[in-house]
Design a protein around this ligand. Structure first.
Ligand code: GTP
Ligand code: MG
Length: 481
């Protein structure tokens, strides 16, 4: 057999490498020619790949499918908007998932209680001063207005502390279900990330939560049998919720808690407040989430989830592929592969977030949205894409302004403008329009909507409107092909 070969970059075991291995007698000139030849071959190969990609893309276009990307920062409302599409074009599929949303909603509730208790603990000693001192609250009226007069610390701090301690003790088994629920939702894999929800989820988790609960049984048992099996963890949490619903209500009604919210020492997410307000219903033993509950449930998206809907237009059914992306900073690199054959984008920007700086404490969330929107508008890959902007969470914006929160405090350039809803939304809209104008070589149109995507009736009307405008643009571009 041959003599021992010297180590080389060409694999010794791979027969293909062996075949293309340069002869050991290769001169410098020969080597130069070979490298040039190889570079040319690589270029040709890449050209072929690109042609194949274009052909695939043309085929896809001819097939008539529409690709729509939902983009925007974390918690902007993309997945909620996706649910509205689902509700409109595949309502029975939401019904099939309904029961499994319980896991998410329980998780949202348990996380909220944990957050309240942790905040109470860290403020325990200074609560008295904080809540009884001169009021610096920006809030007037609403549920916050009576927080001071009703402070439990007026005269009886010790008893208030003991109430909190007792609530903490009684709620501790429920709170400790937090990790197990998180684990269940992430499909048994804990992935750390910057997102606030702390749990990442891929599409298809609804089916997986049930699968996990059943110990990933491989046997094909009858569906009837599967349906009867409920996740023991979810059942256990349900029992605990039922047993402690009075304590949860008590905690939520504590003047101390209301006071901390008013002072912005305790910051609760919108979904926390929503489910705590509805705790009697959510904690009922036979609880089945309503559509409204599902729209308010919060679970962070990981990667990109594709949803396909058949959309009827002028009597013709067209498949729409909706891509719901994870908006957290660590997730944004996953978007790019979806850019080059997208037909349309809905960019979702939460305008209620002007007082927040979540992922990066130095960046106001509206600023983050504007920066992201700049990148989207200026991306060469997206220059022919139909562009729609949703200025979302207008309901929450309205409430914040009604509660006396001043925009100027967080966005100094707002200046002395009037702090009313109309002025504020138009001010934000103008900023987005400016970004678009400055990055608009193709003179494409930007369609803007003020939305609250948890509002089904209004959102479905807007979806119809967006569908028609995308379709008009789509027909025009198809005519040019
Ligand atoms: N009140 C109100 N809540 C909203 C609105 N839009 C979204 N939400 C809530 O905000 C939370 C976050 O919404 P998601 O749809 O999960 O956000 P996302 O953009 O998919 O977030 P990522 O998956 O992390 O990128 C959910 O609890 C929603 O119910 C809105 O217009 N009004
Ligand atoms: Mg999402």
């Amino acid at each position: 057999m041959p003599a021992m070969r010297t180590p080389s970059v060409y694999s010794q075991d791979d027969p293909l490498s062996e075949a293309i291995r340069p002869p050991e007698t290769e001169t410098d000139d020969e080597r130069q020619t070979r490298l040039e030849r190889e570079a040319e071959a690589k270029r040709v190969s890449e050209q072929i790949d690109e042609q194949l990609r274009i052909e695939r893309e043309n085929l896809r276009r001819k097939s008539g499918d529409v690709k729509l990307l939902l983009l925007g920062q974390a918690e902007s409302g993309k997945s909620t908007l996706q649910k509205q599409f689902q509700l409109m074009y595949r309502p029975h599929s939401l019904d099939q998932e309904r029961a499994s949303w319980r896991t998410v909603i329980y998780f949202n509730v348990v996380r909220s209680i944990k957050h309240i208790l942790n905040t109470l603990e860290s403020w325990d000693d200074s609560l008295e001063d904080e809540l009884d001192g001169p009021s610096g609250s920006q809030f007037v009226g609403g549920s916050n207005s009576n927080s001071r007069s009703a402070s439990p610390f007026q005269g009886n701090a010790a008893s208030s502390r003991s109430i909190i301690a007792s609530l903490r003790r009684r709620l501790s088994p429920l709170v400790s279900a937090d990790a197990a629920l998180a684990d269940r939702l992430s499909g048994g894999v804990t992935v750390s990330g910057s997102g606030k929800g702390g749990v990442f989820v891929r599409s298809g988790w609804q089916a997986r939560t049930i699968e996990n609960a059943l110990g990933r049984r491989r046997a094909r048992q009858s569906e009837e049998y599967d349906k009867k099996q409920d996740d023991p963890l979810v059942q256990e949490v349900s029992r605990m919720l039922e047993a402690t619903k009075d304590e949860i209500r008590e905690l939520w009604a504590l003047p101390t808690v209301k006071g901390l919210i008013a002072k912005r020492r305790l910051k609760l997410d919108e979904w926390s407040e929503f489910f705590l307000r509805h705790i009697t219903r959510v904690a009922a033993p036979d609880y089945l989430p309503s559509t409204d509950d599902i729209l308010h449930a919060r679970i962070q998206t990981m990667g990109v989830a594709e949803h396909v809907f058949d959309v009827n237009i002028h009597g013709k059914s067209v498949s729409w592929h909706l891509f719901d992306v994870g908006g957290a900073r660590g997730q944004r690199h996953t978007w790019v592969p979806y850019f080059d054959d997208a037909n349309a984008i809905i960019f979702v920007a939460p305008v209620s977030a002007f007082d927040q700086a979540k992922e990066d404490p130095r960046t106001n969330r509206i600023d983050d949205s504007l920066q992201l929107f700049t990148q989207i508008c200026s991306s060469p890959l997206l220059k022919n894409v139909h562009l729609v902007l949703f200025l979302n969470k207008t309901d929450l914006l309205r409430t914040k302004l009604e509660n006396g929160l001043r925009v100027q405090k967080y966005i100094t350039s707002f200046g002395e403008r009037s702090n009313d809803y109309e002025t504020v939304v138009q001010y934000f809209r103008a900023h987005f329009l400016q970004v678009h104008r400055r990055n608009n070589e193709n003179r494409r149109v930007l369609y803007t909507h003020f939305t609250s995507v948890v509002d089904t009736k209004a959102t479905q009307r807007i979806i119809g409107n967006v569908r028609d405008s995308i379709f008009r643009g789509y027909l025009q571009s198809a005519a040019l092909v």
